[in-house]
Ligand binder design. Structure first.
Ligand SMILES: *Cc1c(COP(=O)(O)O)cnc(C)c1O
Length: 371
C-alpha cells in the first residue's frame, strides 16, 4: 500500500469541473489583471477570516514583506520571528532591510513562547511576526498583551493556518495584519503562486493596494515606488472554488489527525497538543521521535509511506544567514526539534485506511501490536 504525503492531483481532481468553469469565466471576461474574480475573492476571503480587508498579492512572501513595508518597517528596525519557521518569515524581514530577531519556541506547541518574546523586545523592535506553525494557532492573547504594552505591531504569518481558530476568531483576524500564502500545497492552495494580506486596518489596506500595483493610486499616478505583486485573476477564480471547500477539507484533515492520535497513543512518539482555545487547520501532523527519527522514516518508506521534515535545517543554520552572526547555542529547542520531528502524510484526500496503515507501521516499528 502506498500513502503519499499530500496528493494534490486528487485534491484538485475532485474539483476539476468547477475549476475548469472558473477558468472559462476568466477567459471569457477579457479582464486578466485585477478583475472581477480578484475583487470577489478578496471580499469572500475577508468575510471568511472575519476582517474588513483582504488584499491579494503574488505570493506569501510578498504578503509578509509588503505588510512590513506598508507599516514602515525598514533598516535599523528589529522584527521578532520564530527561530523554527519556514525561511520566508525571515526573508520578509531581511527583504525590507530590517533585522530578524529569532526566538526559540515553546517545547509543546512549537509556537512562539511569550516569555522569550518579552525578553527579545528592544528599543528597536517594531513588530512581532507570529507563525501559526503547522496550522496550530500561536498564543495571540499573550503576544497581543506584550505587543500593546511595548508599542509594537503584532503580525501573523498565517501561511499554514487558513481556517484555524483561536478562541472565537480565525487566523487572519488575530493581529494587526496577516500574511497568507496560497501556494498549491497549503490548506487553501491555488494552481500556482498566490498570496494575500488580511487586516481590519483601513490605512494599511489602502497602502497595500498601491504598493502591490507599482505604487499607483490611479493609472500612471505613482505615489510610492511600489512593486508588481498582484493576485493573478486566474488564481483568484480557482481560489474562489477552493475556498468553498476549505472548511470541509479542514474537517477531513482534523478527522485524520484525530485518528492518528488514537492510532499512535501507545507508542513512544510525542504527538501534537490541542488546547481547548485552539483549533488547528492541521496543515501538518508532526510527531517527535526522539532518537528514532531516521530509522522510523526508513521503516515507513519501506511500507510505502512518504514522510517529510519541516524543517530539516533551521534558518540560523542556513548559508543564506551565515554572515548574520546568529549563534546556534541560542536556539536549543529549535536545534533539538530539527533532529526529532517527522511530518506524517496529511491532507483532505487521506483515507481512514491510509491513516490506519501509517498507524500500524509505526506500532510495528516500536515493537507493539501490528493491528
Ligand atoms: C509557505 C509559507 C510562506 C511563503 O509562501 P509563498 O507563497 O511560498 O511565498 C511563508 N511562511 C510560511 C510559514 C509558509 O509555510
Amino acid at each position: 500500500m502506498k500513502v503519499s504525503f499530500l496528493d494534490l492531483k486528487s485534491i484538485n481532481g475532485e474539483r476539476r469541473e468547477a475549476i475548469l468553469e472558473a477558468l472559462a469565466r476568466v477567459v471569457d471576461s477579457g479582464r486578466y489583471i485585477l478583475g472581477a474574480e480578484t475583487e470577489a475573492f478578496e471580499r469572500e476571503f475577508a468575510d471568511y477570516c472575519g476582517v474588513r480587508h483582504c488584499v491579494g498579492v503574488g505570493n506569501g512572501l510578498d504578503a509578509l514583506e509588503l505588510m512590513l513595508r506598508a507599516y514602515g518597517v525598514g533598516p535599523g528596525d528589529e522584527v521578532i520571528v520564530p527561530a523554527n519557521t519556514f525561511i520566508a518569515t525571515w526573508l520578509a524581514v531581511t527583504g525590507v532591510g530590517a533585522t530578524p530577531v529569532p526566538v526559540d519556541p515553546a517545547q509543546d506547541t512549537f509556537n512562539l513562547d511569550p516569555e522569550r518574546v518579552e525578553s527579545a523586545v528592544s528599543a528597536h523592535t517594531r513588530a512581532i511576526i507570529a507563525v501559526h506553525l503547522y496550522g496550530y494557532p500561536a498564543p495571540m492573547n499573550e503576544l497581543r498583551e506584550i505587543a500593546q504594552r511595548r508599542g509594537v505591531r503584532l503580525l501573523e504569518d498565517a501561511a499554514q493556518a487558513h481556517g484555524a481558530r483561536y478562541h472565537d476568531r480565525r487566523a487572519g483576524a488575530l493581529g494587526d495584519a496577516a500574511g497568507f500564502s496560497f501556494y498549491p500545497a497549503k490548506n487553501l492552495g491555488a494552481l500556482g503562486d498566490a498570496g494575500a494580506v488580511t487586516t481590519d486596518d483601513d490605512g494599511l489596506a489602502a497602502s497595500l493596494r498601491k504598493l502591490r500595483n507599482y505604487g499607483s493610486s490611479g493609472k500612471y499616478v505613482h505615489e510610492v515606488a511600489g512593486v508588481n505583486s498582484r493576485l493573478d485573476e486566474i488564481q483568484a477564480a480557482i481560489l474562489r472554488v477552493k475556498l468553498r471547500a476549505l472548511d470541509a477539507d479542514n474537517a477531513r484533515r482534523a478527522a485524520a489527525a484525530a485518528q492518528y492520535s488514537r492510532e499512535l497513543s501507545g507508542t513512544p512518539l510525542r504527538l501534537p497538543v490541542e488546547a481547548p482555545e485552539c483549533t488547528s487547520s492541521w496543515h501538518l501532523y508532526v510527531v517527535r521521535c526522539g532518537e528514532a527519527r531516521h530509522a522510523l522514516a526508513e521503516h515507513l518508506a519501506a511500507a510505502g509511506i512518504d514522510t517529510q521534515i519541516h524543517y530539516p535545517l533551521a534558518c540560523h543554520c542556513q548559508a543564506a544567514y551565515a554572515g548574520a552572526g546568529f549563534s546556534s547555542e541560542d536556539f536549543p529547542v529549535t536545534n533539538r526539534m530539527q533532529e526529532e520531528i517527522l511530518s506524517l502524510p496529511m491532507g483532505p484526500a487521506l483515507t481512514n485506511e491510509d491513516v490506519a496503515h501509517v498507524g500500524r507501521a509505526c506500532r510495528v516499528f516500536f515493537g507493539g501490536a501490528g493491528s
